[in-house]
Design a protein around this ligand. Structure first.
Ligand code: SF4
Ligand code: SF4
Length: 90
């Protein structure tokens, strides 16, 4: 599985606590609709919000709307509906 299909939208870099959505503290905007991870090489397993760690995109098994990885999870729920996540930009 190649990681270069990521379009760096940043949508998977959030976590959900109840109805509240929190942006990962390492996510920065670098252009119009483009985001960058400040700790990309060391991201996996790093705590990004209380109780949430960064996980590989292929492990989240949710859809983000527009993410190229969504095609692998056609029957999965949209991210906004599940208390999960935080993922890689790639
Ligand atoms: S890849 Fe992980 S650590 Fe980096 S910004 Fe996204 S959620 Fe945060
Ligand atoms: S993996 Fe998908 S949702 Fe996450 S930043 Fe890349 S394109 Fe966006």
């Amino acid at each position: 599985m190649t990681e270069d299909i990521c379009i760096r939208c940043g949508k998977c870099c959030y976590c959900y606590v109840g109805a509240k959505k929190f942006k990962c503290r390492f996510l920065i905007k670098v252009g119009k609709d483009k985001y960058h991870c400040r700790i990309y090489a060391n991201r996996l397993g790093t705590e990004v919000h209380k109780g949430f760690v960064c996980n590989h995109r292929m492990n989240s098994k949710v859809r983000y709307g527009g993410c190229p990885y969504d095609k692998f999870f056609l029957d999965a729920p949209m991210a906004d509906s599940v208390p999960e996540v935080v993922q890689s930009l790639n």
